[in-house]
Design a protein around this ligand. Structure first.
Ligand SMILES: [Zn+2]
Ligand SMILES: [Zn+2]
Ligand SMILES: [Zn+2]
Ligand SMILES: [Zn+2]
Ligand SMILES: [Zn+2]
Length: 199
């Protein structure tokens, strides 16, 4: 025992870990009695926990949002990064919606226009960033066609809103649209059910 240096290590034949040579006999006895190698992931698992390890790590579970089946240890990553039903936020109106609907929603939402306060032109929301870098700040007022005059009238109306009202306004708009859809839905539903109520 005294002639074994502290740094010398041996490889445990059971778990494959490097163990200080002074402890290898004791380690091997403990290791081979108590640990076993998971046949799926290769981790060393306490024998009495092998059922728990399987259930918690490798058992197939269904995602609570999209119902896809996968190994349990994948589910958190799936829910956070790849589940089509995970909730994401529209970059234009900041409304939360399922990821699977985002592209279609942003296609419509990003097509709405907003008045650029610098050049007085209507800019599509999806081009707002590019426009901001390019905007020359020259008001589009000297063209003088009747179409531009009408646009200017609208601009002046919109221009009175404080700029920081923007995200709230869009959420209210989305909520209003959703509310109208629900209202229409419930009216149709009532019409359908009313006649049977009378009898
Ligand atoms: Zn070992
Ligand atoms: Zn495993
Ligand atoms: Zn999912
Ligand atoms: Zn949106
Ligand atoms: Zn501009």
């Amino acid at each position: 025992m005294a002639d074994v240096s502290d740094d010398a290590t041996s490889i445990c034949a059971h778990c494959g870990r490097a163990i200080r040579a002074a402890n290898i006999a004791l380690h091997y006895a403990h290791c081979s009695r108590n640990l076993e190698k998971c046949k799926i992931c290769g981790d060393m698992i306490p024998k009495r926990n092998s059922d728990d390890h399987f259930l918690n790590t490798h058992a197939q579970v269904a995602c609570s949002m999209c119902h896809k089946i996968m190994e349990r240890d994948m589910i958190e990553i799936h829910k956070g990064e790849s589940c089509p039903q995970r909730v994401v936020t529209c970059e234009f109106c900041e409304f939360p919606l399922p990821a699977v609907d985002l592209a279609e929603h942003q296609g419509v939402c990003g097509n709405r226009t907003e008045l650029c306060q610098l050049c007085n032109r209507y800019v599509r929301l999806c081009e707002r960033y590019n426009h901001g870098a390019r905007c020359n700040g020259i008001p589009d007022n000297n063209v003088g066609s009747s179409r531009d005059a009408r646009a200017r009238e609208r601009d002046e109306g919109a221009g009175r809103r404080p700029q920081n009202d923007y995200p709230k306004r869009n959420i209210l708009f989305t909520v209003a649209v959703t509310g109208i859809a629900v209202l229409v839905g419930s009216i149709l539903f009532q019409r359908k059910t009313e006649p049977s109520d009378l009898h």
